[in-house]
Design a protein around this ligand. Structure first.
Ligand code: C2E
Ligand code: MG
Ligand code: MG
Length: 449
């Protein structure tokens, strides 16, 4: 049937189209809002709760990139069919975003039931999808909220489901989270930190601190790791373990990183030339092809020799988009920047990765170092890592050394580099200069820094 637009006659088909998702034939976000609005007014005098949920496909974008958009569309159509088939006579499912679906369960009255229904949807979507000759698999995350009182609007309910979905996504793939009050408080706190951080970054208020990295046998300082520090007027000192993940999630990591690198290289360019500076890159920066250009532009501006810079990346950073990470790393390596694999031994360590990627250095995670004295497995793992690094021609630094006995044991095993509170905590640029003056007194007096 042909449909005409703009005839001035809002015919039935036009009205339907305005509420329909053309790809899947499901209702769209307008239909969903409309359905929830109606149910809220129906329930005005009837206090029975009901459930709304938002389902988001995990990792749909890489599937789209890998199989192409046509295949991506086919998968969305199959997802829609499965979801529609799983609804009972009362329930509704709509497509409200590219890979986001919303459902309404008028007869689901409790959080347990909501979670159970959602898990069932995830299960249904987990079976393989036909994509031409191949098959693809998908997981999905769901956030739900329940309507309890007439004070709630459709918008509030959906926002709560979005908040729950955000928590589900944060905790991994294929999860279901039902909204609670604490979640809202946590979400508000994250938003507060995000706002304050945006302001701090544009005001240039995030500072680099520097922690010495030493040659373990001589204890001579060979370089420093840059670690971001931020003290907000209202929030006080916020640790990087809190603000770095927020910066990554909310798209602030790029500007934050550039600010810290600029300040760090400005401070370090006057240090003795044999000292290197290392700098952490977040996983999301290894997906952004501008990262390399930004780093090079900063080095150019501050006049810092790229051969003195090392970047630290984690295996998580390589996993999201290995091709993109490899390109960025190669561009940086071409100008002499060295690359370290940070926090080795935690997360999804893969020896395969060490074959595919060339690292100049490996940093053994603090978890192994802290248990080296009283835990045989840690000792064996460290020895195996050291042997492997030697074979692959990689430098090694053991992180988080706090005690003399740990340092002694590492020297005994042949570990060349160390970092940890035993040698120095991260301190600001002025204190670092003081530290360098003390340790390099003679040599530096001659150079008059
Ligand atoms: P990381 O890169 O593994 O940095 C080492 C962390 O261990 C630092 O924590 C450091 O202060 C801490 N540490 C060093 N020696 C010891 C020790 O002897 N004992 C103990 N208990 N801890 C020690 P920090 O500064 O809190 O940073 C945490 C993480 O935040 C870093 O882990 C890094 O992943 C991230 N981070 C910090 N600054 C930046 C940055 O500028 N950019 C990015 N992308 N990430 C950063
Ligand atoms: Mg690091
Ligand atoms: Mg580390």
């Amino acid at each position: 049937m042909q449909t005409t637009f703009g005839t001035g006659q809002p015919g039935r088909e036009n009205a339907d189209l305005a509420f329909t998702d053309p790809l899947t034939g499901l209702g769209n976000h307008r239909r969903f809002f409309d359905k929830v609005d109606r149910l809220i007014s129906d329930r005005a005098d009837d206090p029975a709760p009901f459930t709304v949920g938002i389902l988001d496909l995990d990792g749909f974008k890489p599937i789209n990139d890998l199989f192409g958009h046509k295949a991506g569309d086919d998968i969305l159509i199959q997802v829609a069919m499965r979801l529609r088939a799983s609804m009972d006579g009362y329930s509704t499912v709509c497509r409200i975003g590219a890979d986001e679906f919303a459902f309404l369960y008028p007869m689901v009255f409790s959080e347990e039931q909501a979670a159970e229904k959602s898990r069932m949807l995830i299960e249904i979507l987990s079976a393989p999808y036909d994509v031409g000759e191949r098959t693809a698999r998908l997981s999905a995350s769901v956030g739900c909220s329940l309507f309890y009182s007439g004070d709630e609007t459709t918008e509030i309910l959906i926002n709560k489901a979005e908040t729950a979905l955000y928590h589900a996504k944060r905790s991994g793939r294929g999860r279901v989270v039902v909204y609670t009050r604490e979640m809202e408080d946590a979400a508000k706190r994250v938003t507060r930190i995000e706002q304050a951080l945006r302001r701090a970054v544009s005001a240039g208020e995030v500072e680099p601190h520097f922690q010495p990295i030493v040659a373990l046998n001589s204890r001579r300082t060979i370089g420093f790791e840059t670690l971001a520090r931020w003290t907000d007027r209202d929030l006080g000192m916020v640790p990087p373990s809190v603000f770095i993940p927020i910066a990554e999630e909310r798209g602030i990591i790029g500007p934050l990183s550039q600010l810290v690198l600029r300040k760090a290289t400005e401070a370090a360019r006057n240090w003795p030339k044999d000292l290197f500076l290392s700098f952490n890159l977040s996983p999301s920066q290894l997906v952004d092809q501008n990262t390399g250009l930004h780093i090079l532009a900063i080095l150019d501006r501050t006049g810092f020799d790229p051969r003195r810079l090392e970047i630290e990346i984690t295996e998580t950073g390589l996993m999201t988009d290995p091709a993109s990470a490899e390109k960025i790393v190669e561009d940086l390596r071409r100008v002499g920047i060295r690359v370290s694999l940070d926090d080795f031994g935690t997360g999804q360590s893969s020896l395969g990765r060490l074959r595919e990627f060339h690292f100049d250095k490996l940093k053994i995670d603090r978890a192994f170092v802290s248990s080296i004295l009283d835990d045989r497995p840690s000792e064996h793992i460290i020895r195996a890592i050291l042997a492997m690094c030697e074979g692959l021609g990689m430098d090694v630094v053991a992180e988080g050394i706090e005690e003399e006995a740990q340092a002694d044991r590492l020297v005994q095993f042949g570990c060349a580099g160390g970092q940890g509170y035993l040698f120095g905590k991260p301190v600001d640029a002025d204190a670092t200069l003081g530290y360098l003056r003390d340790s390099y007194r003679g040599a530096l007096r001659a150079k008059a820094i």
